[in-house]
Each structure stands twice: as structure tokens, then as C-alpha cells.
Write a protein that binds this ligand. Sequence first.
Ligand code: ZN
Ligand code: ZN
Length: 135
Amino acid sequence: MKITGGCHCGAIRFEAELEAAKVGICHCTDCQSLSASAYRLIAMVPSAGFVLTGTPKEYVKTGDSGARRVQAFCGTCGSGLYATNADGPREVYNLRAGAIDQRRDLMPAFEVFCTSALPWVAPVTGATRFDKMPG
Ligand SMILES: [Zn+2]
Ligand SMILES: [Zn+2]
């Protein structure tokens, strides 16, 4: 499906092509910290078809795996927008699904890093659960 979205203040907008199976929840501790919430809802889209208007700020974090990841957000309103490769080609963008206009139509198909999920978060019906990130 074609999706559109952007930050709260409207300075940054994006559009992309999204497959339903590419929507999920990440319970990793970095996502908890960076989203300032219990978990992060992500939508993985290919760079082909991803169109960005405006210039996000980018923060680069190094994950437990050693991989460097760009975390993009609006420098004015602070809304999270996407994560992508810091080194090498940006082939996939993990959109912050709460920034997608059609978020009511998106259902999580998977949950990853379930070992660090907060204890009161119940499994999502129909979503496949993984202890870590599947290979
Ligand atoms: Zn903004
Ligand atoms: Zn995560």
C-alpha cells in the first residue's frame, strides 16, 4: 500500500510503498529509550519509492551488534521519523509507524526482542514473536 506521513509540526513529510507483513513492534531497550515509550512500532519500507520532503536531524547510535544506525527525527518538534543504515547504502528505512497517516490500517505482523519487552505488555494477537532479531 502507498503510505504518507510526517512529523507533528509538518516541516517533514514522506511517502513510501509498504507491505502489510513489514509492520512490527520492537521491544529492544534502545527503542524503549529512543521512543521514550514502552516499545516502538516500525514499518520497514524499501528506499525505492521512499520520498522525503524536508531535512530531518540524524543521530547515529551503535547497537549491541556493533552496527551503526541513523535515527532521524524532526529538529523542530522532535517527532521520530525513521532509522536506516549509517554506513553503506540506505536500502531500507524503518519508519516510525506512529508518524504514518494511515497508522490505523497497520497491524503488527511481528514482535522482535521480546526478551526485553516490559512485563505488562501483552502479546499482540496474530503477531509472530521473536526473542531477538531474526537473521
Ligand atoms: Zn516537526
Ligand atoms: Zn529496537
